[in-house]
Each structure stands twice: as C-alpha cells, then as structure tokens.
Design a protein around this ligand. Structure first.
Ligand code: GLU
Length: 509
C-alpha cells in the first residue's frame, strides 16, 4: 500500500468531554498517519441523538489544538469525502441497510419496546438472559418469522421497524489485529445487532462501517472497548463485499492501582485530571479539571500520553511530537492495559519546565507576579527563575519557591523558629548585620567567603548561624543557596530584613 493510501480516522461520539484515553487514541492515529505520510481524519459520530452534548465537538477540536494534534480532513476542515458529521450523512445509510436486506444479511424487525421488555421478563423468570439471536429470532416479529404479505403490509402501513443484522449461525470469524494478532470468535455467541433504528438513523455499527468504507479508511485504530464489535464489523465488510481495513485495538488506560478502567471519579478521588481541558457540564454546571488549566505544558501531556501503552523499545522517555512521529510503531503498542501514573505525569512536566529557557519561564511567570501586584524587572525574574526552577513542577510552583525574592517575610515559620532560633542567635545575627554592612562588593562569592571566615574564627556552628540567617531573610528554611539570594536582594534589603527579623523574633531566653 503506498503511503498516500494510508488514511486513519478518529471518530468520537460527542457525548461529553474527551477523556485522556480518547486523546491518546487520536494521538496514535495522528502519529501513524504522519509517519506514513498519510491522512488523519476527524469524523463526528452523532447518530445517537439522545446522548448528544452541546459543546463536546468543539471541546475535542480545542483539545487537539492545544495538544498539537492536527487533522487533515474532517469537520470544520472539509475534504473530498464529506460531510464528516454523521447526522449530515443520514440519507446515505438507509440504502446500505437495504442492500443488506436484499442480500439476505439483514431483516426487518417489528417488535415493539413492550414486546421486547416482556420477552426479557419472561426469560428472567427462568433465570435466563434474552438475546435476539439465531436461536430466538424466529420467535420474534420480523421479516424472517412473518409471512411475506404480512411484512409488506406492515411496511406499507408505516409500522415502525428496525433493521437487524442476521448473524450467521455457528461460524468461526477469523480476524487480524495489528496489536493482538489473530483473533477468533464463534458467531454463536453474537446477537442480531440493530443496524438501522426506527427513528431513521443508523446505529454506530452500520454508520461506522459505511463511513470507513466510503472515506477509504485503511487502518482503524481505536480503543479496546470496541474489540467485541470487531466480528460484526468484519462480517459487515464481507457481507457488503468490501475490502476490510486493518485493525488495531489499543489497550485501556487503567486506574493507578491497575484495577479497572480509569474514570473521572478516580481523578476526583486521587486529585488529577482525566480530561485534557477543563470542562463545564452544560446541564449541571459541574466543573471538571483539565491538564491545561492545572498548568501542564501540552508537550509534557502529549509525551506522557504517548508512553501510556507504547514504548520505543529503549530507555528513552522524552520525545517531542516530531520524535514521536519518527519513533512510534503500532506493533509496539502493548496488549495489556496501561496503568495511569499521576506522579509520572508531574515528572514529565518538570522535565519540560527545566528544558525551557529562563527567558521563556520568566515570561510565563510574569503574569502570575502581576496578579500578586509585583512589577519586577525582567532580568531579575530571569535570574530568580534560574535559581529555583529545579524545584518546580509547574510555573505556578515558581511563586512558592521564590516569593521571598519579591516580598519580605510577613511571618516566620513557627517550627523553624522553635528549632533554629537559639539563645545565641540574636547576638550572632546582630554581629552578622554589621559584617554584611561593610562587605564590598556584595556578591554571592565574596559575601560567602567573608561570612564563613567570620563563623570559623568565632567558632560559631556553621549550621546554627546559616539557619538563623536564612530564617531572617526568607522567613523559612527553604530556597536556593543563601548567598545567591542575598546577592540578588542587595545589601540594603538584606540588612533591613535582618533588622526586621531581629525585632520580630527577639532574644530567646
Ligand atoms: N464513535 C465511536 C466512539 O465514540 C468510534 C469507535 C471507532 O473508532 O470505531 O468511540
């Protein structure tokens, strides 16, 4: 198959915000298309109007934009195989359902919802489960069980019907999956799925097959939850006499403990987002957090997702989108589920944070400083960021790690005071203040040399003096190298902070 013939699609149903598992499916499709020079298509599968949620489609498009996943054809973009929204293709599907009836692969079923419900109750009473299948279909009301004249009459009277696939009896369907290899299923465990509904809409199964065929999709890469539908899909291709695409079913994203599928509730319970962007439920107004709003870099998010279920076969972990396009292999996608790891997600963000230049980080940090009412010199912010970025996971962490560069302590960490503000501290810090007042130049190296020499000569404990000193300057026992901090603050500010601290903490008796 030549590269231009590689056509893959992401085909979400707009029923709510896109779960990160869905983003990963889209990402793998995109990577696959790009590395083969093929096309990536976005198709919206909205045939189930009862589950339609306003805003879901635009949410998907915005998520793609944020992640850098570009589609070549599809909704809002157009292409030669449109429209790309199934509700706008309504007219297309009926003829294909009809084609299957004509070839004896499908049939009309007139069973009312009440009749189906009572059948189910009847079965339940006998501790059995009702399935509309080869064993039961002749006991139901359909064009296989009823005489032809009656069927014609029901149809001409406009009695509501659905069209069901006539599942062959006791046949072994052999399928191939690019990740799982050969998959075999006996049709006796499968039911007669509805292909066309009484509301004039196709079901997912029919619309999906017809569209994949008409849109010349070469590879169907989708979540594992669709694997049970694969035999039906393959049988439909064969019933139509169409060439099947190749299939790849991706492993599930699992809860951090590996027990079950990762859900929104896990995110709420364990404190991480399961959606790329924040989502506000249009009905309830409920807000769900998103990676973007939580402060993740899109590159970090994409990198993390790519490695959930795939690995390059070596130790590499950091990949740009370009590198992913290069390295991704569908055959290297794991068969078993991928455990989500929130700490690893943070690790990726930290890696991308420290890879940014200090200028880029300063630009990202500046709006946050402005929010706090701090108008700082860019050069100063660049230096601060350089000193603290190793300790930050998110841009917002830069504030926690560096606030003391911009504001004086308004309190002193009580625990640290209790432990580190000793009886001798007051006099030692008073002495230190005089020493610092006379240091010239007030650089990090020079102040360090002078202060350390003084500590040694006086035989004061290094730890005791440095902790007390840090407490007065920072307000807590945190932050980078203290002499770097005071050099940045300058002599005057350092002396004032010491004076202020002495006043606040006083002499410990
Ligand atoms: N509409 C289906 C979904 O929402 C598409 C499944 C497929 O890719 O075939 O996931």
């Amino acid at each position: 198959m030549s590269n231009q013939n590689i056509r893959v699609r992401f085909a979400p149903s707009p029923t709510g915000p896109l779960h990160i598992g869905g983003v990963r499916t889209a990402l793998y499709n995109f990577l696959f298309a790009r590395q083969h020079g093929g096309k990536f298509i976005l198709r919206i599968e909205d045939t189930d109007q009862t589950r339609f949620v306003a805003g879901a489609r635009d949410y998907i498009i915005e998520s793609f934009k944020w992640c850098g996943i570009e589609f070549d054809e599809g909704v809002t973009k157009g292409g030669d195989y449109g429209p790309y929204t199934q509700s706008e293709r309504k007219e297309i599907y009926k003829q294909y359902a009809q084609q299957l009836i004509n070839s004896g692969n499908a049939y009309y079923a007139f069973d009312t919802p009440e009749a189906l419900a009572s059948k189910r109750t009847e079965f339940e009473a006998e501790k059995r489960t009702f399935t509309y299948d080869a064993a039961e279909r002749l006991n139901m009301s359909n064009s296989l069980s009823l005489p032809k004249e009656e069927v014609d009459k029901l149809l001409s009277d406009g009695v509501p019907y659905v069209i069901r696939y006539k599942m062959p009896e006791n046949e072994v369907v052999v399928m191939n999956d690019l990740i799982r290899g050969k998959v075999e299923v006996n049709t006796s465990v499968l039911d007669d799925k509805i292909l066309f509904k009484s509301d004039g809409m196709p079901t997912y199964h029919l619309a999906n097959i017809v569209d994949d065929h008409l849109m010349k999709i070469s590879h169907v890469i989708r979540g594992e939850e669709w694997l049970p539908s694969l035999p039906l899909h393959v049988l439909l291709y064969r019933a139509f006499g169409w060439e099947e695409p190749q299939f790849a079913h991706l492993p599930l994203l699992l809860k951090p403990d590996g027990h079950g599928k990762l859900s929104k509730r896990d995110g709420d319970r364990l404190g991480f987002p399961v959606f790329p962007l924040q989502w506000k439920d249009p009905k309830t107004g409920e807000l769900s957090r998103g990676y973007r709003e939580d402060g993740y870099f899109p590159e970090a998010f994409v990198n993390m997702l790519a490695l959930l279920g795939w690995n390059p076969g070596d130790e590499r972990e950091l990949f740009s989108m370009e590198e992913l396009i290069e390295a991704f292999r569908i055959e290297r996608v794991n068969k078993s589920g991928a455990k989500f790891d929130a700490e690893k997600a943070k690790w990726f963000n930290h890696q991308y944070l420290i890879k940014k230049t200090n200028e880029e980080l300063a630009d990202a940090f500046t709006p946050l400083l402005l929010e706090k009412g701090i108008l700082a010199d860019k050069e100063f912010v660049v230096k601060v960021v350089d000193l603290v970025k190793e300790r930050a996971t998110f841009v917002a962490d830069l504030w926690d790690q560096s606030s003391f560069f911009f504001t004086r302590p308004d309190s002193y960490d009580a625990k640290a005071v209790k432990k580190r503000w000793k009886t001798a501290s007051y006099d030692q810090m008073t002495e230190l203040k005089d020493i610092l007042a006379n240091i010239e130049p007030f650089t990090s190296d020079h102040t360090e040399e002078v202060v350390k020499k003084w500590i040694e000569e006086k035989e004061y404990g290094m730890g005791a003096v440095m902790n007390a000193f840090r407490l007065l300057v920072v307000g807590a026992l945190k932050g980078p190298h203290l002499f770097d901090i005071i050099a940045m603050l300058g002599q005057e500010e350092t002396l004032e902070r010491i004076a202020l601290g002495l006043q606040e903490l006083g002499r410990k008796e």
